[in-house]
Design a protein around this ligand. Sequence first.
Ligand code: C5P
Length: 215
Amino acid sequence: FQPKLLAGRRVLITAGPTFEAIDPVRGITNLSSGKMGFAIARAAQEAGAQVTLVAGPVHLPTPRHVQRIDVRSAQQMHDAVLPQAAAHDVFVATAAVADWRPATLAEHKIKKDGTQRVPSFEMTENPDILAAVARLPDRPYCVGFAAESQDLARHAREKLVRKNVPLVVGNLGPATFGRDDNTLLLVDAHGEREIATADKLGLARELVREIATRL
Ligand code: C5P
């Protein structure tokens, strides 16, 4: 039995990777299955919240009674999130947003030109969606994620400060990518707490409980 800890609350979640097009058939992306974000969406909905899920390109079914908005690029994700962020009580940024995108999008497929020349691409920075939401004057309670391959606690704490958010959830990637289980490290101003290895839905339910106590 799950008590309705988030009854009457609105929760906004980003999930999955973003895809940054180079030309009509190519692009760069980050590795993310979207499973953690979708599990959090389901757990928040089960806890009584009204949930909006902004998803990059993933192959996952929409959790029951969750409003889903599909996007592709970081800019699209930003533009879907920002106008409605302040109308939510909680924002959970699980998406693996590409930090950079090609500065220009080629209208047609870039062809091999018959020489040994390989193309090179100028990159430009994508907006930081979490930091932008955290800067809103009437911001929701913001939760960031940190996928790191080493020094998880240090990196998570650094994000807490740099993005000015009250809670960062670390997971040790890339071993976790696409898997059904995970271990989370909750980092806030008071300290650290580990949520032991479990399936992502179990972790999501525990995380939702933690968030609910902080509202
Ligand atoms: O910036 P960094 O990737 O270290 O931080 C990760 C956290 O910031 C995650 O919560 C991720 O969803 C969020 N993020 C974002 N927009 C970006 C980059 C990261 O919302 N452009």
